[in-house]
Design a protein around this ligand. Structure first.
Ligand code: PA5
Ligand code: NI
Length: 183
């Protein structure tokens, strides 16, 4: 049935959306093949398989012409020096998306197959993801990094694209923050 108009309570401070739809939780084991150091990834899975991030959505369905929203919270951490991040995906039909940073210090890493772009994400920053850019979020701080996403319901999530093409660069911890490296 078509969804009726409704209000969503957005608490930017608490980083919550009410009413809640499904919540997705991704543990380290769900990030197979994404960190550079596979042995370190495997060790982290064996050492308790920690939650890396969760995504809380509203009840708006992910179907064409709808406009769903969600809040992603990425825990702080590194695996062999590489900051914890989302899997990253391409939208199969190349639709755009926006992210609004709410809490912590993050980055929006984008790759169009040739060029990599990075946007520093701090509370108040809107990161615009143009059509055709694969996107991944990275927590480069000591607190959870949280952001709101608003995206076309028919956008989809092609995770295989990122496994095949990578994201061009990776974010590593250095003494005073992070550094993007091509390997
Ligand atoms: O719509 C989006 O791009 C986000 O809501 C992501 O799905 C979310 O941040 C989780 O990342 P991923 O889907 O790459 O696991
Ligand atoms: Ni997306």
């Amino acid at each position: 049935p078509p969804i009726s108009p409704f209000a969503i309570q957005f608490d930017a401070e608490a980083a919550t959306l009410t009413p809640e739809g499904p919540t997705l939780t991704r543990r380290m084991s769900a990030l197979d093949g994404l960190f550079k150091d596979h042995d370190a990834w495997q060790q982290a899975v064996a050492d308790g398989d920690p939650v890396v991030y969760s995504v809380q959505s509203t009840p708006v369905p992910e179907v064409d012409r709808e406009l769903p929203q969600s809040i992603t919270s990425i825990e702080a951490g590194t695996t062999a020096g590489e900051f914890w991040m989302t899997k990253g995906h391409q939208h199969p039909n190349h639709q755009g998306e926006i992210y609004l940073a709410l809490h912590g210090t993050g980055g929006l890493l984008m790759f169009d197959g040739t060029e990599t772009q990075w946007i520093d994400m701090v509370p108040g920053t809107i990161g615009y993801i143009p059509p055709g850019w694969a996107h991944r979020s990275v927590n480069v701080g000591a607190d959870p990094y949280k952001f709101l996403a608003v995206y076309p319901g028919g956008a989809g999530h092609d995770y295989g694209w990122v496994l095949e093409h990578g994201m061009g660069k990776r974010a590593y911890a250095v003494t005073d923050g992070f550094e993007l490296r091509e390997f």
